[in-house]
Write a protein that binds this ligand. Structure first.
Ligand SMILES: [Zn+2]
Ligand SMILES: [Zn+2]
Length: 360
């Protein structure tokens, strides 16, 4: 497995992307570097080091068969400490379990698997932890240890893969609508209903319709953590992943295409329908569309993830690594709840008893 490691040009220490500064920072000598500088330094290495023909071919074969990588575990040797590290088959960046050095598994994201763009983390781990604790602060009855330092330390920054689709299309809509007019003449009331056939047609551009590109995580979580500000997206560079985890897609474009096409068709129909004003009971009779331009963007998006094992279930929490929007519902420790209920019951009992005594 071809791996990439980004080292500080001053001291050789490991470099990670710093969300607060939007620069690369060395944790040893505290130097900062512009992303362009690091990209230029490593451009050649990334090309030669990450080109693992055998693995790319194997990935393509699996993708063509629609198999994905499943849960296969894959080993690589940490370039810093030489330890043998095992990852799942979709892992594209991680930290060495032994020496904590950031490592990018370059061949997972090269060639056909190279993302088009990446939205770099803008929310640091400290801010993500703060956001999570703020959410917890509002709730009582959380299980013991839920907000412990040990628990929140496990929070991990992960780049998740998504398919984005832009389409230019022309659509034509036929609909039926009515107008009613009522009046009174003598002692009779008249209502006149006129039925209209309505036509609308136009060219539209529908941008940034997305779907997750990774099966192995909850779809609800991966979709709910949106929206992201895509104007901040950068052309993909492997170095952005340094210091974070990253996942490689296991859902291919061909699999995402019908879902996204259908959704865009729905949006196009709605856009045309929304231009019909002044009619009642508008119903679509037919809608035709023709797509004349499509653009796909395989995109990596930043998400902070922390999980909690509760009653044998793994609860995921996801925080948008750009905006801090949080996904996940907090567990309620029944033990604590029952205790509170018991205390309240005893209080009521005592109050009753007092009452009973007073009014006896
Ligand atoms: Zn350094
Ligand atoms: Zn290591």
């Amino acid at each position: 497995m071809a791996t990439m490691e980004y080292k500080c040009p001053n001291c050789g220490g490991p470099l990670s992307f710093n969300p607060d500064k939007q620069m690369f920072s060395c944790q040893y000598c505290l130097s900062d570097f512009q992303p362009q500088q690091i990209q230029a330094m490593y451009a050649q290495n990334e090309q030669s080091e990450t080109y693992d023909e055998k693995e790319i071919k194997a990935q393509e074969r699996r993708a063509a068969r629609g198999e994905g990588d499943g849960d296969d575990l894959v080993g690589y040797t940490c370039p810093s400490c030489g330890a043998e590290v095992v990852t799942t088959a979709t892992t594209a960046a991680t930290n060495c379990f032994y020496c904590q050095s950031p490592v990018v598994l370059g061949s997972r994201l090269s060639d056909a698997f190279k993302p088009d763009r990446v939205v770099p983390f803008a929310l640091s781990k400290d801010k993500a932890v703060e956001t999570f604790l703020k959410l917890c602060g509002k709730k009582k009855f959380l299980p013991a240890g839920f907000t412990s330092k040990k628990q929140v330390e496990k929070m991990q920054g992960v780049y998740f893969p998504y398919w984005y689709l832009d389409e230019q299309l022309s659509g034509a809509l036929t609909a039926r609508g009515k107008k009613e007019r009522s009046w009174t003449q003598g002692n009779r009331r008249y209502t006149e209903t006129t039925i209209f056939r309505l036509f609308r047609a136009g060219d539209m551009q529908i941008m940034n319709v997305f779907e997750r590109a990774l099966k192995s995580n909850s779809r609800e979580m991966l979709q709910s953590v949106h929206p992201f500000d895509l104007s901040k997206a950068q052309p993909f560079a492997m170095s952005y992943l340094s210091g974070f985890s990253a996942e490689k897609r296991d859902i291919e474009q061909a699999e995402a295409a019908p879902i996204l096409d259908e959704r865009i068709k729905g949006y196009a129909e709605q856009l045309l329908k929304d231009t019909i004003n002044g009619y009642q009971g508008v119903t679509t009779e037919s809608f035709n569309h023709k797509v004349f331009n499509k653009r796909w963007n395989y995109t990596l998006l930043p998400v902070w993830i922390v999980t909690y094992k509760f009653n044998g279930e793994i609860l995921p929490y996801a925080i948008n690594g750009q905006t801090g929007k949080i996904y996940g519902s907090l567990p309620v420790a029944m033990g604590k709840l029952v205790l509170w209920a018991a205390i309240i019951a005893i209080l009521v009992f005592i109050v009753c008893l007092l009452g009973g005594m007073l009014f006896a």
